[in-house]
Design a protein around this ligand. Structure first.
Ligand code: ADP
Ligand code: MG
Length: 685
């Protein structure tokens, strides 16, 4: 059956559906509302406006006023219901309301309500003219993502009209019947109905939870299977003499490895010794010395005549990596080859040649390294720094280049164990949970907005007296003027401080809407000391090292997750000087106690756990993107208990029936087979 076989969908409408990526009846069935408008109850006029949010009202028109001011038309209708009088107001540019309403008409209206001296006024967002004797019967109206040619109402109608036929196209239920009984969830058919046409918000919510649960089950099972498969994989370079290489590296260092570095390097060395491809995540707080760990792995590889590729999220970071790795590896005769877009063509060509011939052992770049033109003689190790979205497709491209390389992921965002074990079951995890000794701790302060100007005076002093630098981080690119209450924008703040509290200093601006060249150039200027104070959005979060930057000022700090603030804090304290992190929140912001956790703790792991408890993770969501790619209904972080429950069930099923041959597991099996992202699971169909 195709979309066009459905009642009310012709070629033209089918095209409009295609714009919403709805190509089949199943797509339509799975196009869930993103919210519901509650039109069930009309509020009596006496209580209108006491509740907040949009409200519904029904009344009979007793006065109609229409006027036009420039292009804007304003229509006001006074309405009477049993308890009194209220006013409905339409303001618009598109001449839809003028001439529509007459005294004596019965109207249903919905909108935000303000109470004025003249009584409640509804700013109408939805309305309907009721027949003279029509009793108002409201419903919970599903609201769908829509396009102009295909409004939500039309989508709702198409679903309602064809519902039984759509159900025939429903996928099999991934939840095995026995578990369905145990959880008490409704059948799949009922769940679809309750999503598209619920009787109550609770019903819709429960149906949504059911779909999330099914999805979690699929993904948790996939993780288990992936891990099992990986343990059977072979074909990576099995390297020898790892410990000797590490000892030599350490003898060349001006300091001993920390205990944690030594342990993690040991874990990696064991992986590298085998033909099963390593797939390991190293998590370690900013400054914990991850570069050295990567260098050790690269050295082991190079001494086995195996090439490595290191990828960073930006060109500048790649360059910085190359600069840090060079001195560590050059003593061993290992050439580090940066491959950068900013290189001259001839330079780049020469670098590529050295990689292809095997003269160079290490390539460092962004994921442009994966493009066709980079050829390796014998690529056996891939190190991926802070690239959380490194997906299946990129991995496949890598495979095409280097057979089955060992992969090492580095991240400064620690993932709490409970989640990591289930979500990232395809990855092994090592933690560098110790900082090198002798760090000057960063002094952290939580300040109210009324102290902001003092904070800027402090920054000015650092710059003028010691030639040091500072970051100012804003939660938005631009201030939202209409809101008035929104976060301060980087653009406005940069302009304001350059003219005001930091006048005379060199103030720079950096945000995500700038081109990557401009971003790179700005960061380089900051890095070179040509900018004193960098006003930025969180793009600086995974930033380069600027040891001379000693102040991190974060505005609207209450809007961030603790883990993210900790990450931002890690941008300073990278040189020997005393460093400061100033967290500013509005005078009336609640929850400053939350921020104070950062005064107490500098342990990234503890902070991440705390963050998860407090607000379900924020930044972790991004980190885990690759671990949960393709999830539509649920968020394993926000719905952590549900996710962990589903993961436990997946484990039970996997232990008993890893190939999913039991009839009761057929639905789970077909869900796994249907999922594009899970093609690598090798379930026989
Ligand atoms: P990150 O984990 O943030 O990537 P880096 O690898 O950049 O950390 O290391 C931060 C700094 O700590 C570097 O200047 C590095 O030379 C230094 N460092 C790394 N390991 C040690 C150690 N064992 N003892 C002392 N300093 C170290
Ligand atoms: Mg680093």
């Amino acid at each position: 059956m195709t979309l066009r076989d459905l009642a009310g969908i012709g070629p033209k409408r089918a095209l409009a559906f295609a714009a919403l990526e709805i190509a089949t009846p199943r797509d339509l069935l799975e196009h869930f509302p993103f919210r519901y408008d509650d039109l069930r109850e009309a509020t009596p006029s006496v209580t209108l406006g006491t509740r907040g949010g949009e409200e519904n009202a029904v009344g009979t028109a007793i006065a109609v006023r229409e006027r036009r001011a420039r292009n804007i038309e304003i229509v006001e209708v006074d309405l009477r219901d049993e308890s009194g009088v209220f006013r409905a107001k339409w303001i618009g540019r598109n001449r839809y309301a003028i001439g529509r309403f007459k005294n004596g008409m019965r109207l249903f209206v919905r909108g935000r309500v303000e109470r004025s001296l003249a009584g409640p006024v509804v700013s109408v967002s939805t309305y309907r003219i009721l027949g003279p004797d029509e009793t108002y019967r409201g419903a919970l109206v599903p609201v769908y993502h829509a396009v102009a040619e295909l409004p939500s109402k039309t989508i709702a109608a198409a679903i309602a009209r064809n519902f039984p036929r759509l159900l025939e196209e429903a996928p099999a239920d991934p939840i095995p019947p026995a578990y369905l009984r145990a959880t008490g969830y409704e059948s799949l058919e009922v769940a679809y109905r309750n999503i598209h046409a619920p009787d109550s918000p609770e019903q819709a919510q429960r149906a949504r939870e059911r779909f999330a649960y099914g999805e979690f089950l699929v993904h948790a099972f996939a993780s288990l299977r992936r891990r099992a498969l990986r343990s059977l994989e072979r074909g990576a370079e099995a390297m020898s003499d790892a410990q000797e290489s590490v000892d030599r590296l350490e003898r060349n260092l001006p300091f001993p490895l920390t205990g944690a570095q030594r342990r993690v390097i040991g874990e990696i060395a064991r992986d590298l010794a085998g033909a099963m491809p390593m797939n390991r995540l190293v998590q370690g707080d900013v400054g914990s010395g991850k570069t050295l760990v990567a260098a050790a792995a690269i050295l082991v590889a190079a001494r086995n005549n195996v090439q490595s590729a290191l990828m960073a999220p930006t060109e500048l970071l790649a360059l910085q990596h190359a600069q840090k790795l060079g001195p560590l590896l050059v003593p061993f005769g290992i050439a580090v080859e940066p491959i950068l877009g900013s290189q001259r063509a001839s330079e780049r060509k020469e670098a590529l040649r050295r990689l292809a011939s095997g003269e160079a052992a290490v390539a460092v770049g962004t994921h442009a390294l994966l493009t066709e033109s980079t050829e390796f003689m014998r690529l056996g190790l891939v190190v991926i720094d802070e690239q959380h979205r490194f997906g299946v497709e990129q991995r496949a491209r890598l495979r095409a280049k280097g057979g089955t390389p060992h992969t090492l992921h580095l991240t400064a965002t620690p993932i709490p164990r409970t989640l990591a074990q289930t979500l990232l079951a395809g990855l092994d995890i090592s933690s560098i949970d110790e900082l090198p000794p002798g760090r000057t701790p960063i002094e952290t302060f939580v300040l109210r907005m009324s102290r902001l100007e003092r904070a800027y005076r402090f920054i000015r002093e650092r710059v003028e007296r010691d030639g040091q630098q500072a970051y100012v981080v804003c939660a938005a690119i631009e201030s939202d003027e209409e809101e008035g209450m929104g976060p301060i924008g980087a653009v406005e703040e940069a302009a304001r401080v350059a003219a005001g509290p930091l006048a005379g200093l060199r103030v720079g601006l950096l945000h995500g809407r700038m081109s990557s060249e401009l971003k790179d150039r700005t960061m380089k200027r900051f890095s070179a000391g040509e900018i004193d104070v960098l006003v930025a959005t969180t793009v600086v979060e995974v930033g380069v090292d600027v040891p001379n930057a000693v102040v991190m000022l974060v505005l609207d700090a209450h809007r961030y997750g603790l883990a993210q603030l900790h990450q931002l804090r890690g941008r300073v304290g990278r040189g020997g000087s005393a460093s400061y992190c100033l967290l500013v929140h509005p005078d009336d912001a609640p929850q400053s106690a939350r921020l104070e956790f950062l005064l107490k703790s500098t342990d990234g792991f503890a902070i991440a756990e705390r963050d998860l408890e407090l607000r379900g993770g924020g930044q972790l969501a991004g980190l885990l993107q690759s671990g949960r790619s393709g999830m539509r209904y649920g968020d394993p972080i926000a719905d952590r208990p549900l996710f962990l429950a589903a993961a436990a069930v997946a484990r039970e099923i996997f232990d008993r029936d890893p190939e999913l041959r039991e009839p009761g597991n057929a639905g789970l099996r077909s869900a796994l087979l249907a999922e594009q992202n899970l093609r690598d699971l090798q379930l026989s169909s």
